[in-house]
Design a protein around this ligand. Structure first.
Ligand SMILES: Nc1ncnc2c1ncn2[C@@H]1O[C@H](COP(=O)(O)OP(=O)(O)OP(=O)(O)O)[C@@H](O)[C@H]1O
Ligand SMILES: [Mg+2]
Length: 592
């Protein structure tokens, strides 16, 4: 049946040593018209033990000497093997269940047998070749895409290409069968997927190229009900949990209450300003807030009046400079009635964009809360500042009013977005799609729809350390993704993450990833972390990671019986992510 190459001479634990016959030193051998690979490191060897065929992998080899007679000694070649599984009735099972005994015979394995170990070779999901055996490898897609996937490796090691390869292969094989049942979202920090990648047919693909630098970019649609939500606003403006979130909640619930009245906002504005200017215990900030509000609603006269108010800190009241008098408070205060009332009554809030309306409501709520003594100005002011500073860029990337359609594949490119927007949008997308998907499958178990969120360069949003943001915001950000990675599977919501620094990514997230595609990685900390979070990574594959070639990855995890090293096949030029290396030969060409 096959070529016998040696005999077992030692079994210690799972370390098996086989002494090879003399003639076993060839690279390739042919037997009965079948091709066999010779014995070298990482190669597979079969050991017959009764009716079981134990599959082992070569870990190392060495020469041993043996005394033949008194004077001459010969060297024998010995190989160290580790069992990885066994064949039972032609079928491969992974895991160490059987071990050989001394004198069992070892055989070479033919291509057919090796292929069987790495999944069914007849399947069409071929993404590349096993590095050592050079056999086309078909990934078990059915058990791969219902898991969380991590793609790791140094910059330029081929992560984006691998990601693209995986999903391009999936889509090109099964597009029709996936459509309507599964949705895919790509968060693209560097605009690598805005061309032909993944799906060439533009009917299936919706690209949002968000641009915070000017008004030319696409706008991501959010329906009113999604936008006017304290959680969403909290994400957009990085609200703190204790004071700012409840503040936003009051804004949202206040708006809901008077949503149906036509003049609701005008009435609310008038009432709030009146309350502030007739307050018997006014505060310094009132004047500024009244000015802001007047500005937003276009009440220029009132704004000018408010500019004339100066704060008298000893008496704790406002001094109206124009006519040397003070605002005493109370509804029948003559100063208010004579000089302010008419202007306040004249306020008419015109149609505002959702963002302007938000800006107005923030000021109104703050003024109203201050009048009631509900909040401290200092607690809310940072939020106000953030709203002011991010309003313009958010306006450029969102259009409020429509619902994001349910496209088969959505690509959100953040290449032209500000750092600020890069941080909030992935979170917003995750939150929005996770909750709407959950809602959609809440009564189904198992879910009949799936959602796949693909984040290239995930360290941008999943990193543990960041000096630029507050602790509470970081916690919130991580918690959301931790919830998705812990709970998402039950709802059919899966993450695919790619990153250069696995060590930077939250440990909770790393530990929940099911399947890993590890490209070249050299940093010790990253490697150590991988070793700790991947139970299935063996020593030999692990030792190869720092030296892997471009597009070559160790694949391991729950969907794969044993770790394997795969060289991904390069994609056609048109379908590669826009992340190629600069060709200096071409760039620095002598044009003379
Ligand atoms: N399977 C492959 N075969 C041959 N070349 C590849 C393969 N995969 C990637 N490359 C080449 O490697 C280079 C970098 O690839 P890629 O952009 O995918 O790396 P990356 O890991 O995503 O890098 P970064 O972390 O900077 O985003 C590209 O020039 C690409 O052409
Ligand atoms: Mg990349």
């Amino acid at each position: 049946m096959s070529i016998a190459i040696g005999e077992v001479v030692s079994v210690k634990g799972v370390n098996i040593v086989v002494e090879l016959y003399e003639e076993s030193n060839k690279e390739t051998l042919f037997y009965n018209g079948k091709k066999f690979k010779g014995v070298s490191i990482q190669e597979h060897i079969l050991i017959k033990r009764g009716f079981k065929d134990i599959v082992t992998r070569v870990q190392g080899e060495y020469l041993d000497e043996r005394l033949q007679s008194e004077s001459s000694e010969v060297y024998v070649r010995k190989v160290e093997l580790k069992p990885i599984g066994f064949y039972h009735q032609e079928e491969f099972f992974e895991g160490i269940k059987h071990l050989p005994m001394i004198r069992d015979v070892a055989y070479l394995m033919n291509d057919q047998q090796v292929r069987k170990i790495y999944g069914d070779p007849d399947e069409s999901f071929v993404v590349g070749e096993i590095l050592k055996e050079e056999l086309p490898i078909s990934l078990p897609w059915a058990s791969l895409f219902n898991t969380h996937i991590g793609v790791f490796g140094n910059t330029g090691s081929g992560k984006s290409n691998t990601l693209t390869n995986l999903y391009t292969t999936l889509f090109s094989n099964k597009l029709d069968r996936l459509n309507g049942k599964s949705h895919f979202l790509v968060v693209d920090f560097n605009g690598e997927y805005t061309g032909n990648q993944l799906v060439a047919n533009s009917d299936y693909k919706k690209i949002y190229d968000l641009d915070t630098r000017n008004d030319d970019g696409d706008k991501f649609p959010l329906s009113e009900s999604v936008f006017w939500d304290e959680e969403v606003l909290g994400i957009l403006f990085k609200a703190t949990e204790n004071t700012q979130k409840p503040f936003l909640k009051r804004i949202v619930s206040g708006r809901d209450r008077y949503k149906d009245s036509i003049n609701g906002l005008s009435v609310y504005t008038k009432k709030t300003i009146t309350r502030a200017l007739t307050s018997t215990s006014p505060k310094k900030e009132f004047a500024e807030l009244v000015r802001e509000i007047s500005d937003i609603v276009g009440a220029h006269d009132l704004k000018n009046l408010a500019l004339q108010l100066s704060w008298h800190s000893k008496n704790s009241n406002f001094y109206y400079k124009n006519i040397n008098t003070v605002l005493n408070g109370g509804e029948d205060d003559p100063t208010y009635l004579n000089y302010f009332d008419d202007y306040v009554e004249n306020i008419q809030v015109r149609q505002l964009s959702p963002f302007q309306e938000l800006r107005l409501r923030v000021s109104l709520q703050l003024l109203s809360d201050l009048v009631s003594g509900y909040v401290q100005f200092d607690h809310i002011q940072p939020l106000l500042k953030r709203v002011d500073s991010s309003l313009i860029s958010l306006q450029r990337v969102f259009s409020i009013g429509e619902n994001p359609g349910s496209n088969f594949l959505t690509v959100v490119s953040l290449r032209k977005s500000s750092q600020e927007v890069k941080k909030v949008i992935p979170l917003l997308l995750a939150k929005y799609y996770y909750s709407s998907h959950k809602e959609c499958v809440i009564n189904e178990s198992p879910p009949r729809k799936t959602f796949h969120m693909i984040i290239d360069e995930a360290h941008n949003i999943l990193s543990m350390q960041s000096n630029r943001e507050s602790e509470s915001w970081k916690d919130y950000r991580l918690e959301l993704f931790e919830e998705i990675i812990k709970e998402g599977r039950k709802f059919g919501f899966y993450l695919t993450l790619s990153s250069q620094r696995p060590a930077d990514i939250s440990a909770t997230i790393m530990s929940q990833i099911h399947n890993f595609f590890i490209h070249r990685l050299v940093n010790d900390r990253d490697l150590l972390l991988l070793e700790n979070s991947i139970s299935t990574l063996d020593f030999l594959s692990r030792s190869m990671i720092p030296n892997l070639a471009k597009g070559c990855a160790v694949i391991t995890g729950t969907s794969f019986d044993i770790p394997m090293v795969v060289q991904f096949k390069p994609l056609a030029k048109d379908y590669q992510p826009a992340s190629g290396d600069v060709d200096l030969n071409e760039l620095w060409k002598d044009h003379t």
